[in-house]
Design a binder for this molecule. Structure first.
Ligand SMILES: Nc1ncnc2c1ncn2[C@@H]1O[C@H](COP(=O)(O)OP(=O)(O)OP(=O)(O)O)[C@@H](O)[C@H]1O
Ligand SMILES: C[C@@](O)(CCOP(=O)(O)O)CC(=O)O
Length: 509
């Protein structure tokens, strides 16, 4: 058993397919973010025998000690001294240990935890709003300012009081936690999550199955902790990275969702990668070269569950109208994904011409892109494809607004429309929208990001300027770009900036 295991899992942005992805007939486009959750597992006698100590050093009152009993049934019991509860963490540990006992036997599992384990969990600063920290440091709300904040900065509050940014903290946290434990307990080979198997063709069967096992377990724990089975795109992105996601049939988890009734039921037959009832689909996707996703936290807050409830009620009561609209949106979503994949192919065919075209696009507003009579002919298909991506993403927004009006929910409320219109009319901006369920709390943009933009300003800089000067809403950038890694990743503690300091075990008083 390794003495220290570190696994990270990325956050997510659902750029297309909000609501639709709840239905297996439709696909969502999910981008995984460079911002990640990290779980560091180490053997540590100071936790106590058969005790797992979990720490979230970015928060107050966030150390949870659990005693683990593995007799007739697995019992992971929070100790009296814990100042808060963490259902997500507790369930992740309990179910991973239960699965480990089923797959490796009680003796091997007990042995791995008998000395005591210390587990530290931290999330990149992007997962929690940095607006207050920037203000306290007297820094403008820009990407450069975010770099000045210490990695994994202390939030100064309890977990229940933190302002989240919508990157999917609970999904990334659970995925990194169960994956790190699976590796530490030798259920998964480290190679299943190492970067060397990044290329699909070189992935061994074991590695693919290992990742699928981590996925199934993380989905199960996340559903149980949330008390419902969502579409699961967030966990899927945390495990597999950016992709086109089609959901699994919730039926697969039905027998396990009543935790009390399922106490005696074995997990491994349900969670096994060979269980065909896990019928989700993950198709490769990544953003085109020399483009960048930009994300902002908009300080207005919205309540996703209530938006979802209302949209689904409207769909049920107006099925003909809703089905027509959903089919239209789905066609646009698929065209957008295919156009972006096509743009990547244009890059691969002729990277130099592509680079020139992206530089050209970066200096003009989308509306001007296709209007240049002197455009070199080799650049025309590239410029046209980018314009097409722009046009489709604007149409997606229009249809999502229409759905919002029909269902009576603020999917892209007027305040967000104004902000997005201002952003999308800047030079070099391909498109954007409200991620996931929409509402008031965030926006995403896809912008051209050429190698060199001189003498013009870079599109990213133009957007930072718009955001930091925007008066009608308080817009704060996130530092994340797309993670092109294949989701969860085995890390070396020393290689992640600031991680070793952030998770250092406090010395006993
Ligand atoms: N750093 C952390 N350490 C331990 N648990 C955490 C941490 N961050 C989040 N959690 C767990 O995740 C829960 C939040 O889950 P919830 O589903 O409300 O958020 P979310 O929808 O994932 O948020 P967002 O998408 O905005 O990041 C917390 O109550 C806590 O149990
Ligand atoms: C509305 C929905 O499709 C997306 C919600 O996404 P987000 O949490 O707003 O990023 C719900 C789901 O897919 O579980």
């Amino acid at each position: 058993m390794p003495s220290t295991t570190v696994v990270s899992s990325p956050g997510k942005v659902l750029v297309a397919g909000g609501y639709l992805v709840l239905d297996p007939a439709y696909t969502g486009t999910v981008i995984s973010t460079s911002s990640r959750f990290y779980t560091v597992v180490q053997t540590d006698a100071s936790a106590g025998p058969n005790t797992i100590r979990v720490r979230s050093p970015q928060f107050k009152n966030a150390t949870w000690d659990y005693t683990v009993k593995t007799d007739a049934e697995v019992v992971v019991k929070p100790e009296q001294k814990n100042l808060t509860k963490n259902k997500f963490v507790q369930l992740a540990i309990e179910k991973t240990i239960k699965l480990s006992i089923e797959l490796k036997g009680a003796t091997a599992t007990q042995e791995a935890i008998s000395t005591g384990l210390d587990i530290a969990i931290v999330g990149d600063n992007d997962f929690y709003s940095q607006r207050a920290t920037l203000a306290s440091l007297n820094l403008p709300r820009t990407l450069d300012s975010l770099k000045k904040i210490k990695p994994f900065v202390n939030t100064g509050v309890n977990l229940s009081d933190v302002h989240k940014t919508g990157l999917g903290s609970s999904a990334a946290l659970i995925t990194s936690l169960v994956s790190a434990l699976l590796v530490h307990l030798s259920i998964l080979p480290a190679s299943a999550l190492s970067e060397d198997v990044d290329k699909v063709s070189s992935q061994t069967k074991d590695a693919v199955e290992g990742r699928r096992l981590a996925h199934n377990l993380a989905q199960y724990v996340h559903c149980l902790a949330q008390g419902k089975v969502g579409s699961g795109f967030d966990v899927s992105a945390a495990v597999f990275g950016s992709h086109l996601y089609t959901r699994f049939d919730p039926e697969v988890l039905k027998g396990l969702m009543d935790d009390n009734a399922a106490k005696d039921q074995a997990l491994s037959p349900v969670l096994s990668p060979s269980n065909r009832s896990w019928n989700y689909s993950v198709e490769p996707f990544k953003l085109p070269p020399l483009t960048r996703i930009m994300l902002a936290d908009v300080d207005a807050g919205s309540d996703t569950p209530s938006l979802v409830g209302k949209v689904l009620k409207w769909r049920k009561e107006n099925s003909v109208e809703a089905d027509t609209l959903w089919r239209d949106i789905d066609q646009l979503n698929q065209s957008l994904a295919q156009t972006l994949l096509h743009i990547a192919k244009l890059h691969d065919k002729d990277p130099d011409t592509y680079g020139e075209a992206v530089k050209y696009l970066s200096s003009l507003q989308p509306i001007q892109w296709a209007a240049n009579p002197w455009q070199p002919p080799s650049e025309i298909p590239i410029v046209e494809a980018f314009y097409e991506a722009h046009r489709i993403s604007q149409s997606v927004r229009a249809k999502m607004r229409q759905m919002g009006v029909l269902a009576g929910v603020p999917i892209e409320p007027p305040e967000q429309t104004k902000l997005l219109d201002t952003c999308v009319s800047q030079a070099g901006i391909i498109g954007g929208g409200v991620p996931g369920a929409g509402g008031y709390d965030a926006i995403w943009l896809l912008v051209c990001d050429p190698v060199d933009c001189s003498p013009d300003q870079r599109p990213t800089e133009r957007i930072e300027h718009v955001w930091s000067n925007y008066k009608e809403l308080n817009v704060s950038p996130l530092s994340a770009s797309e993670s092109t890694a294949r989701g969860s990743r085995l890390e070396k503690l020393e290689d992640v900036l600031g991680l070793k300091d952030a998770v250092a075990i406090p010395s006993a008083e």
